[in-house]
Design a protein around this ligand. Sequence first.
Ligand code: DON
Length: 323
Amino acid sequence: MTLIATPADRIEEAVVDAHDSQKDKHGGENASYIPVLAKVDPDLLGVCVVTVGGQIFAAGDARYEFALESISKVFTLALVIEQRGPQEVLHRVGANASGRAFNSVAALEQHNDKPMSPLVNAGAIATTSLVKAADAEDRWRQILQVQSDFAGRQISVSDEINASEQDTNFHNRAIAWLLRDGGSIYCDPMEACDVYTRQCSTLVTTVDLAVMGATLANGGLNPLTGKRVVAHGNVRYVLAAMTMEGIYTRSGDWAYTVGLPAKSGVGGGLVAVAPGQLAIAAFSPPLDEVGNSVRAQAAVAQVARTLDLGLFDVPLRGDQANG
Ligand code: DON
């Protein structure tokens, strides 16, 4: 990974090239189990990089608002790590890959009702229940606040998306009750499920998503507002969770090929973090069979490759130049 700041013109070119080369590619289908997501224009594509210095490079539909969905799990996790510390989250939720679909009930049964990761639905509902809150509205207010602090602007919920999710949310309710049965949920299960569903139904742009990722890349300090959102020492736990499960059952493939902590959502968003440097976000609604945006994965991977970013890249020493 390059440790020297990447020049602005290289980033600009990488973002525009990734957009232009992916925009006519097809493949995948919009999420349809949440009815309203099926109606989003599948041709939309936004790409954006935000650096730890607060520079923004955007291309395509980067200002179009879409549903945050599972990417919300990252920010609630950060909030709960702040409130309860990393050890409690590890103990109560876990940090291993579930090896199953993001909404798997079998994964819970297989692991004695322990959710395994805060980034699958079971773990995210458990994590939402761990927010220290007086009641459902307080829980929701804190989660919306942390999303807004990460984005550097007031984030709001889409009533249309929330209604569509709440009306069809039977699977997640079943997961919440299984968590209750196994002692892995820490408030009323239906409150946790309701607030979790709301946190998925907020609207962000690709630029917002890149700012949110850049806040992690910048050690928890929002590069646009200068506000500290997460303690520097806690960011590593969030990035570790993203590495293990952020791209679901493709997280290993992603680590192998791209090598950056990342998170996707069924709304079509995806964000990857290059610690100390920048975040890359993309949005395109059609998903692959495990729930990751096809074109967002390709666009983010292309930017990361072009800019030579990757946590597992070992810097070349002079005496290894021919190796
Ligand atoms: O709970 C759900 O199923 C959705 N609200 C979010 C799932 C999701 O985004 C999975 N991501 N790729």
